[in-house]
Write a protein that binds this ligand. Structure first.
Ligand SMILES: [Zn+2]
Length: 695
């Protein structure tokens, strides 16, 4: 790092010599990156694999457009009506000082506003909805209008030179309001990318470019790193560069020890043990190390970010695609919760890690979380939500979760206390949609996550290209992409081959193309594209029965907020209650317990006490036409018929558990119907298993 600091002092000289250096340290580069569409004017030499397109370049279509409209008509366009806290969020007259900077004494709307505005602006641009865009603009301008270079980031009414103000912010849970500033800043960078509004950029520059100590001095969170980096890439502001240098300077004691540990990759060997963390903090504090890699060129930082995400995947991943987060991560469990904040945070983290690393498996994870946990977090009309979702939910008020709203956290309500999830859920849909396609440094475009959409973007030598992705994916296997450049132009289109897909097929204008995916899971089609060209991607799905063991600690819980030690399981471990899951492509399937009057009322006549015969599941796929309007219906267009055995199983309401051992079948198998997990409000998706018959 010392070398880098020295290099910064002689930037001008290095600029001349840049081409002579093979070192990957940061040197402002106006060479080839200036030619790349969507490259920022000031970029470090270490580049991300993919360049996110500005919000609005990807518009949802088909079923996804219906879901986006539901988000707009439900929560996202109307948060002020859900709670007065949203009216106060970053309003010019909501200036908390002293002990009111504690979230529970008045400062909470800083967090809530950050989450909401982030979703509001991105959804507005994705839908090209002027009313949403104006709403975002008005709320963000309430901050930009008052920004002051002596303020504390976006807390413009405080004075960073006043020790009392500094002390009050530190006393508020170790700088919690500054963490919330990072959430607002992410909303601002998203809005700026869509609007190019100079007032927003000026506010970001004032926040991060007035004090070179502004990042390093926040020892309790990392949320400001990414927006500060983004602001640098747009402005080249030297004070922001100094702030990022200071942040990543290993010689300076910076982050608190429980966060500084994310600077290096964890031990991923089975059996290794780690102290767990609250998952919102985990996602917020691991993911931005990818920025440290971009800034310093040190690959170990990217390895650290990816390594910690691999760790939580191996220990705590739930079959719906989001780790156990109720609210700390513990081993996978059928009745453990995932907080809706973490559905949003997980999609956010994987999309960002995908852009930096270019690794398709991050997109596999984003799709799995988005298509399964995403819809389960909200009701079909997008007007009520859960705080926690669990793979199995057979009754309202069950299970009792360890933290947050406890047993009530599993109910679909207009809002929960605390309000975090009510705010954060607005991010889930637009973060996915706006990152389904990205750009590349060779002026191509890359299909990162799939779904029906229309893309309007530049490729080749700034040639406008319109692409329509006609598909019902993930409810079918085929994506037809029409490619319409404004003029004939040569550029690459990269297509992701999901990790679960073993025999993909690809054709261009009806002619089969051999699928050769690179090590990161992408196929490149480079050709001279002309209007009328089309690409067909066929991703055959297979029904997969996966088995595992539920090792999660079960209830009753003490409600105590403290870390515990968790262990990366051995693959062959047989400890814990056996379970089986069924998936098809990126979709998890579940036995639905139909919700009747509302999403909290299960059909009392529903039969759900079944175990799967994992050796003879006899799965058959059934398809029906897509409904005219998509709202995650129980009458799903895609269903799986499977053999299951009725069992005696009476899980306790507050502390339910799977049978501890495989169940000996007393009944003949019968056919049951599974539907996508995201279509259900009550369900079994982690099934008990039938004992193998001994002949
Ligand atoms: Zn939450």
């Amino acid at each position: 790092m010392r070398i880098i600091c020295l290099m910064l002092a002689v930037t001008a000289l290095l600029f001349v010599l840049a081409s002579a250096f093979t070192d990957s340290a940061r040197v402002p580069d106006s060479g080839s990156s200036a030619q790349a569409n969507y490259a920022r004017p000031f970029e470090p030499r270490t580049r991300p694999a993919f360049l996110p397109l500005p919000p609005g370049a990807v518009e949802p279509a088909g079923w996804l457009a219906d879901w986006c409209s539901a988000a707009r008509d439900g929560y996202t366009g109307h948060m002020d009506q859900y709670d007065d806290e949203f009216k106060r969020a970053w309003a010019a007259d909501h200036k908390m000082t002293g002990e009111k900077l504690l979230w529970y004494k008045g400062a909470w709307p800083y967090e809530g506003g950050g989450y909401w505005f982030d979703g509001l602006a991105r959804l507005g641009y994705a839908l090209h909805d002027e009313a949403l865009i104006q709403q975002a603009k008005q709320r963000l301008h309430a901050v930009t209008d008052h920004m002051h270079p002596d303020g504390l980031l976006f807390l413009w009414w405080l004075d960073r030179n006043n020790p009392d103000d500094r002390k009050a912010v530190d006393a508020a849970l170790g700088g919690w309001p500054l963490w919330a500033c990072g959430l607002l800043a992410r909303a601002m960078t998203g809005y700026y990318a869509g609007s190019n509004d100079p007032r927003i950029l000026q506010a970001l520059e004032t926040a991060y470019g007035s004090d070179a100590d502004c990042l390093h001095s926040i020892s309790g969170s990392m949320s400001n790193v990414w927006p500060a980096y983004d602001t640098y890439t747009w402005t080249g502001n030297q004070t922001i560069a100094d702030a990022l240098d200071a942040m990543f300077d290993q010689e300076r004691p910076g982050l608190q020890p429980n966060l500084n540990r994310y600077r290096t990759a964890p031990d991923l060997r089975p059996g290794s043990t780690v102290e767990n963390q609250h998952v919102v903090e985990f996602l917020e504090n691991t993911t931005p190390w990818a920025v440290a890699y971009l800034w310093t060129g040190e690959i170990s930082y990217l390895q650290a970010a990816l390594g910690w995400h691999e760790l939580i995947d191996r220990i705590a991943m739930q079959p719906h695609g989001v780790p156990v987060s109720d609210e700390w991560y513990v081993p996978t469990g059928a009745f453990r919760g995932s907080e809706t904040c973490d559905v949003a945070g997980y999609v956010w983290s994987q999309v960002n890690l995908l852009a930096v690393s270019g690794e398709g498996r991050m997109a596999d994870r984003a799709e799995r979380a988005f298509f399964n946990a995403g819809p389960a977090a909200v009701s079909r009309d997008f007007k009520t939500h859960v705080y926690f979702q669990s793979p199995n939910r057979f009754a309202d008020g069950s299970p009792d979760f360890p933290h947050g709203p406890r047993a009530g956290g599993g109910s679909y309500l207009a809002k929960h206390s605390p309000l975090c999830c009510t705010a954060a859920l607005n991010r889930i849909v637009p973060w996915y949609v706006t990152h389904m396609w990205m750009a590349t440094y060779d002026n191509g475009l890359v299909a990162t996550c799939y779904g029906p959409c229309k893309v309007t973007a530049l490729a080749a030598d700034r040639v406008p290209v319109e692409m329509v992705c006609d598909t019902d994916y993930p409810f079918n296997e085929t994506i037809e992409i029409s490619v319409k450049p404004a003029r004939t132009a040569e550029f690459p289109i990269y297509l992701r081959i999901p990790g679960w897909c073993t025999n993909p097929e690809l054709s261009v204008n009806g002619v089969a193309v051999k699928v050769i995916a690179n090590a990161k899971g992408f196929v490149c089609v480079r050709r001279s594209w002309k209007p009328g060209d089309w690409v067909r991607v066929h991703l055959p799905m297979q029904a997969l029965v996966r088995t595992g063991h539920d090792n999660a600690p079960g209830g009753p819980y003490t409600g105590e907020h403290k870390p515990t030690m968790v262990t990366i399981p051995e693959e062959s471990s047989t400890q814990g209650a056996p379970y089986a899951t069924v998936s098809y492509g990126p979709l998890l399937f579940a036995l639905a317990i139909p919700d009747t009057r509302d999403a909290n009322t299960p059909d009392p006549a529903a039969r759900w006490r079944f175990a799967l015969d994992v050796h003879n599941p006899a799965i058959r796929v059934e398809r029906r036409p897509m409904p005219a309007r998509w709202n995650w219906p129980l009458e799903s267009p895609l269903r799986l018929k499977i053999d299951a055995v009725a069992i005696d199983w009476a899980p306790a309401l507050k502390a339910p558990a799977l049978p501890a051992q495989p169940v000996v079948a007393q009944q003949p198998a019968e056919r049951v119907t599974l539907v996508p997990y995201g279509c259900t409000k009550f369900r079994i998706s982690m099934f008990p298993v039938v004992a193998e018959r001994k002949n």
